[in-house]
Ligand binder design. Sequence first.
Ligand code: FEO
Length: 133
Amino acid sequence: MIEWEEKYSVGITSIDEQHKKIIGIINRVIAAKEFDDNTEDIAEILNEMAVYSQDHFKTEETHMIKFKYPEYQYHKEEHNDFALRTLAYQSRVITGDNCVANAVLEYLKSWLVNHIQKADKKYSDCFKKNELK
Ligand code: FEO
């Protein structure tokens, strides 16, 4: 299981709270894998990922537009990729593929390292300068 650590923090409490949810989703995938890749569990987790991506990305993108964050467009493309990946995994589950859990887990782990710890941290100073806490 993955625990929240300070290294994941972007220094903005409201956004850290949202990021903790994705760690929760990762842990649910790990748990689902332990129960023989239960397809129903994976389908439910993917639905949660879809809701997460809509809500959380909207939060970040709204701030980026408001604060005129210069890397908005690039950042938004990464968000779009996450949403498309989630849809692709959902399609695989619908077509009876019961080996999706591994791919989802690897993707989410890489998202934590390559998006949250890199791309998200880049907006930290800009958001803080605009007094977001
Ligand atoms: Fe926290 Fe850019 O997703």
